[in-house]
Design a binder for this molecule. Structure first.
Ligand code: SAJ
Length: 419
């Protein structure tokens, strides 16, 4: 059994560390965030993810997983799972990958393995990491093995997907690929595909870009449908009967720390990434499109009251990073709107978070931003009882028009231009 250090115990590093620990590896989580380290050492987690709490509690109790704020120098494998945020000019901020790589240098010895899991621009391993790792004095690819193995887990299903998804392992040489494959074999039941580090970086970016471009197409369909008097959701439902068509769902925009950012890494690196660039812009324009729709429905914004239901970047998680609904709320507030909010998952991540039947009081419109399970079987009569004007805008095609209308409210649907 190898001892493994996971650098960065956030959304990706923590479940990965816990999975390795559950297979009997000694795992050390290294993170500068004392709050995360202290919580982990108590067997607690500070993020919401189904199944993760129990898994962490169990492996910490058994002594397989510990955390610390310094990099341990006695591990066989160092997995870098730090964030790769984006700068205001949409270029990648690689400072965390760089400092994690530097932290590893004094800790590694002959035979160690360094793996980059963080999503990174093409050539990061070759051009950023290897020059730093050479400072260890070890022969790269022989005495120190290096690879990129991108995480591909879906928030909300990370435990299941860590185990069952296939895994790409891109070594800087074959020896590295083979050694890293062996590491992941203890937790991955899916296929492990071997390639080069730069191809692995490109694969990960193209997976999320594929989704971003396809969501952009769905969002463009929603805009065209409102313009041309069509219901986009009917179009999607029927077009998708075609055996080779699968149009995704329009919505208030693309959020999260992955799909909303990763395509920019390609735009930064390649002047040919034109469709990718335009898709990013399309998706980023959706909060404003929703804001304009709200304005049209309630006849202005300044001084009006809007209740927002769901602010996380997608349903049934607590993550508000890059959430398009958070952008929408900022825009509405900037236009003089009194915004009230209800999100059963976001907790204190959103200020003034209210209960389901409180947040709608006095509003001129209720906007469903995210289709959390808690909103599924709402009592529309109770929900709309104290609204100033009974307007509901559904941005997810989640509620039934007939249910809303039965409560005497008007139902508007993003992408429906038929009314
Ligand atoms: N969305 C739509 N319409 C759709 C599907 C999604 O508007 O039809 C929006 C969601 O509301 C959300 C955003 O897109 O705001 C992204 O959600 P998501 O569920 O598609 O993906 P993420 O960001 O949670 O996770 C993605 C996954 N990538 C792919 O499916 C290709 C996951 O496998 C990756 O591991 C993750 O990015 C990552 O960490 O890179």
């Amino acid at each position: 059994m190898k001892s493994i250090c996971v650098i960065g115990i956030g959304y990706v590093g923590l479940p990965t560390a816990a999975m390795f620990a559950s297979k009997g590896h000694r795992v050390v989580g290294y993170d500068l965030n004392e709050k995360a380290v202290n919580a982990l050492n108590k067997g607690e987690i500070i993020i919401e993810e189904p199944g993760l709490g129990d898994l962490v509690k169990d492996v910490v109790k058994k002594g397989f997983l510990t955390a610390q704020t310094t990099c341990p120098d006695d591990c066989d494998v160092y997995i870098i799972a730090v964030p790769t945020p984006i700068n205001p000019d949409k270029t990648a901020d690689m400072r965390f990958v760089e400092s994690a790589t530097r932290a590893v240098v004094p800790c590694v010895r002959k035979g160690c393995i360094v793996i980059l899991e963080s999503t990174s621009p093409p050539r990061t391993v070759e051009d950023l990491m290897l020059p730093i790792l050479k400072e260890s004095g070890l022969e790269i690819g022989e005495e120190l093995l290096v690879a990129h193995s991108p995480e591909r887990i879906l928030p909300g299903r990370v435990i299941e997907e860590l185990r069952t998804n296939s895994r790409i392992v891109g070594g800087i040489n074959e020896k590295s690929s083979v050694a890293v494959k062996e590491v992941y074999e203890s937790i991955v039941e899916g296929e492990i595909l071997l390639t080069t580090s730069t191809t692995a970086e490109m694969c990960k970016l193209m997976e999320n870009t594929f989704r971003d471009v396809n969501i952009a197409l769905a969002n463009e369909l929603a805009k065209m449908s409102e313009e041309l008097g069509v219901n986009a959701w009917d179009v999607i439902r029927m077009a998708n009967y075609h055996p080779r068509v699968n149009i995704l769902s329009p919505g208030p925009g693309v959020g999260g720390h992955c799909i909303a950012l990763d395509p920019w890494f390609l735009v930064e690196k390649s002047k040919n990434a034109k469709l990718i660039h335009q898709s990013r812009l399309n998706n980023d324009s959706m909060p404003e499109f929703v804001k304009d729709k709200i304005e049209k429905i309630i006849g202005g914004l300044n001084g009006k009251s809007v209740a927002i239901y769901g602010v996380t970047y997608k349903p049934n998680i607590d993550d508000v990073r890059e959430s398009p609904i958070m952008h929408l709320m900022d825009m509405l507030k900037g236009a003089g709107v009194n915004v009230s909010v209800c999100d059963p998952h976001a907790g204190e991540k959103v200020a003034g978070n209210k209960g389901i039947y409180d947040a709608s009081e006095g509003c001129d419109i209720l906007v469903l931003g995210v289709n959390h399970n808690e909103f599924k079987d709402v009592d529309f009569a109770k929900l709309t009882a104290k609204m100033n004007a009974k307007n509901i805008l559904d941005t997810r095609n989640f509620w039934k028009k007939t249910d809303v209308e039965a409560a005497g409210a008007k139902y508007y649907l993003l992408g429906d231009g038929t009314r």
